[in-house]
Design a protein around this ligand. Structure first.
Ligand code: AMP
Length: 449
């Protein structure tokens, strides 16, 4: 094994914004060697600002745009911490205990995070045991892999509770807890499971929360979970690589517009979000009638099918994928060029998570939202909460009815004018609504460069 000592540690008081080298973060050589192999030239801002504090054992809230390198931000220090323990103990995880626990909201994310951790750990030569557990697959295999405990466990909460009730694993010796996609983990859907899991862990532990978004209701919960946390908020320097656009379309024309956009732009990899499992199937069917072949990805599909579809989409075998929000969290699809909101997400923070599937790690990406007049008001809320403001655009050949525009503006400012006075304003606005070519990238070049 490569030596686990590190003599390159810079004093803790170095300003983190001057850190341009992983060596300065205090990481040990097996990790540095791996980062060099992966051609990670320098730490991302969230990594530079968080890793030294995590290594010091501080609790931390990390807020950064999705795709900004959050996994490595917690994975590298976790590996360093457990490696020292594993090396000292001279063996892998003891008993059926776990040392570091990473909780994530979806199965795919559990697998992805565990794969990343294992990849960063290759130079520990098998000294660190990382296991992923999640629902939809056999518990037996997971129970077997947990035999003898593990150093780093990546889990979805429901399956973890099942395994605990089968005595497959114990949380009494958790030293570090990570909540990835923390706002989701702390939301109502996970409250019961999370409370049950927290009760099984020691109160004295390091807790790290990561998310692209921290809605207000979550902020009060974090105060209870964390002890004097370091707060790191970074706006990704790469944010500008993701272009967001919004198209107003007539009610009932979204599918035609979508098929038109896909064909016209010859997109080879596009992820489309809808709000319900049935909508996935329904939209796939309607697209097939327009000669666009699409696959679906949602929670009613078996785990085997989910994994196959995701792999085929990542490899480019599937070009158009229609998904529910289970695909919105954390999934890293390399160079995914286009994400489309066919249905708007209910929660404004989900908008950020969805569009964050594209434009990752500095790649150029495009996030489109299709809105009809019924979506108009909701999209304004999404913009307000996320502090963005996008120009409404229309697509040549699919111009919005004037009457619908009237309704749309009335919906925007329901109390602004007495009846009958909205029309003039509506017409004025209509003239100013840019009508764009459907070649999305040429549109982007003209307006943004
Ligand atoms: P994440 O936000 O953790 O999902 O990471 C997004 C992508 O960025 C992943 O493909 C990582 O492999 C990659 N990545 C993470 N940190 C770095 C870095 N410092 N330099 C280059 N790529 C990175």
């Amino acid at each position: 094994m490569t030596s686990a000592t590190n003599n390159d540690v810079i004093p803790a008081n170095i300003p983190t914004d001057t850190i341009t080298d992983f060596k300065q973060l205090g990481l040990i050589s097996p990790l540095l060697a791996r980062l060099a192999e992966l051609d990670y030239q320098q730490p991302t801002p969230i990594q530079a600002q968080s890793i030294p504090s995590i290594l010091e054992g501080r609790d931390l809230i990390g807020g950064a745009n999705t795709g900004s390198g959050k996994t490595a931000t917690f994975a590298l220090p976790l590996l360093q911490q457990v490696s020292q323990k594993a090396i000292n103990a001279g063996k892998q995880g003891e008993g059926n205990f776990v040392s570091a626990l990473v909780l994530v909201p979806t199965r795919e994310l559990a697998k992805q995070v565990a794969d990343s951790v294992r990849s960063y750990a290759v130079h520990f030569n098998g000294a660190i045991k990382t296991v992923a557990v999640f629902g939809g697959v056999s518990t037996n295999t997971q129970m077997l892999s947990l035999r003898g405990g593990c150093d780093i466990l990546v889990a979805t909460p429901g399956r973890l509770l099942d395994l605990i009730s089968n005595n497959a694993i114990k949380l009494d010796r958790v030293k570090t807890l990570v909540l990835d996609e923390a706002d989701r983990m702390l939301s109502l859907g996970f409250t019961e499971e999370l409370t049950a899991l927290m009760a099984l862990m020691p109160t004295q532990k390091q807790t790290l929360l990561f998310s692209a978004t921290f809605p207000e209701q979550v902020q009060t919960l974090t105060a209870e979970l964390l002890n004097d946390p370091v707060e790191v908020q970074v706006q990704s320097a790469d944010a500008s690589t993701l272009v967001q656009r919004v198209f107003t379309v007539n009610k009932g024309e979204k599918t035609s517009v979508l098929a038109h956009l896909i064909k016209q732009n010859q997109w080879r990899q596009v992820l489309i979000f809808v709000n319900a499992k049935n909508n996935c199937e329904h939209l796939a069917y309607k697209l097939s009638k327009r000669d666009v072949v699409a696959e679906v990805f949602h929670g009613d599909k078996g785990q085997g099918a989910r994994s196959r579809v995701l792999e085929a989409f990542k490899s480019g075998e599937i070009e158009v994928l229609i998904a529910t929000d289970i695909a919105a969290r954390g999934l890293d699809i390399e160079k995914l060029p286009v994400v489309i909101n066919f249905d708007l997400p209910r929660s404004p923070s989900d908008y950020m998570h969805r569009i964050g599937r594209s434009g990752r790690a500095g790649e150029v990406g495009l996030a489109l939202s299709l809105i009809d007049y019924e979506d108009y008001h909701h999209f304004k809320i999404i913009e307000k909460k996320n502090k963005i403001r996008l120009e409404r655009e229309q697509i040549v050949g699919f111009e919005v009815d004037e009457a619908a525009i009237d309704e749309l503006l009335a919906a925007e400012k329901p109390m602004a004018k007495p009846e009958g006075t909205g029309k003039k304003k509506a017409k004025k606005k209509l003239k100013n609504t840019p009508q764009v070519n459907t070649d999305i990238w040429s549109g982007y070049t003209e307006s943004d460069e």
